[in-house]
Design a protein around this ligand. Structure first.
Ligand SMILES: [Zn+2]
Length: 323
């Protein structure tokens, strides 16, 4: 009796669980680590937004998007949204187009800028591996998965690598002020800012109260991913990263982040200190939730029989020639 009950319970649990599409399983630790290694290299001098190294990072991010099959996200095929300030590096905007132009957008955001080098010390460069090469690597990996899953997208998925976050949310403020899209049509924004340090397999999510549909999709997706989600423990973080300008415009938005750590805003925020497995799991979680939100009707059941059963029980007669 007990074993029967247990079996029934297990079946119940497994059938509620969303299967992870292979394209999302292709978001690997190695892919995340490689992108973080690249962006956090000394060659980028900390990707400061008012330096040529900021722009150099923007060019590399654009090239990664092109290689992944992502399309330019701005009018007239442009990738770069330029800010008015002299020498400022641009926001990089890409899009994976869904099937239904009326189904709105899901936005994936992460700032790629970090801090200018310091004058003294043996190590002068703020590499910003966790902050925020990790989030940038995250949206690139998710974007690539969305290209492979394009047929399942109703809404379009927009990727924004923001500039000037460290200088006061310059890029995200500019984006909402000069938005190339109708912000009322945004179903949600996932902002990734530091996703690769801290406690094993644990991520903080803030903004859930103002974004119930996002948190619902994330919790459902997490049944398959198994992260420890710590929700709305840091409401003070909401105004401190790029989700904030969107929230002030009424866009449902959440922030993914870890708590400040010993290398936060230090020259020691190095690529070899990140937890790529954590960043991978966060990216997979967001990819699944994005698929759910952009898919319109949620992620289809992995069990093909389910959908055929649904079709068979559809009471609507389908007669040819009926208008
Ligand atoms: Zn940051």
């Amino acid at each position: 009796m007990i074993s029967l009950l247990l079996t029934a319970l297990c079946l119940q649990i497994s059938s509620d669980r969303v299967s992870i599409p292979p394209a999302i399983l292709e978001i690997t630790e190695e892919a995340i680590q490689a992108d973080v290694n690249h962006l956090a290299d000394d060659a980028y001098y900390g990707r400061y937004w008012l330096s040529p190294f900021g722009r150099k990072a923007a060019v590399w991010i654009r090239d990664q998007m092109i290689e992944a099959g992502i399309e330019p996200g701005l009018p007239e095929g442009a990738w770069f949204q330029e800010l008015s300030k002299k020498d400022a590096s641009p926001n990089v905007v890409g899009i994976v187009r869904g099937k239904n132009p009326d189904a709105g957008y899901v936005i994936l955001g992460a700032h790629y800028d970090h801090l200018p080098p310091r004058r003294r010390g043996e190590d002068k460069i703020f590499n910003g591996a966790d902050d925020n090469a990790s989030g940038t690597a995250g949206i690139l990996a998710i974007g690539k998965a969305m290209v492979a899953l394009k047929d399942r997208l109703e809404s379009s998925v927009i990727l924004i690598a923001f500039t000037g976050e460290e200088a006061g949310l310059k890029g995200s403020r500019h984006f909402v002020d000069q938005s190339p899209i109708d912000l009322k049509k945004v179903r949600g924004l996932f902002n990734l800012d530091m996703i690769s340090r801290g406690t094993k397999n644990t991520i903080f999510i803030d903004g859930a109260k103002g974004a119930p549909s996002l948190i619902k999709a994330l919790k459902k997706a997490n049944d398959s991913i198994g992260l420890t989600l710590r929700v709305d423990e840091h409401p003070d973080w909401l105004s401190r990263s790029d989700q904030w300008p969107f929230i002030t415009k009424g866009v449902p938005a959440v922030l993914f982040s870890v708590e400040d750590h010993e290398d936060y805003h230090q020259v020691t925020d190095h690529a070899d200190r990140i937890m790529a497995d954590l960043a991978r799991n966060v990216a997979r979680l967001i990819a699944l939730a994005t698929l759910d939100l952009a898919g319109g009707e949620g992620v289809p059941s992995p069990n093909a029989e389910d959908s055929s059963a649904e079709d068979a029980s559809d009471p609507t007669p389908r007669t040819e020639g009926t208008p």
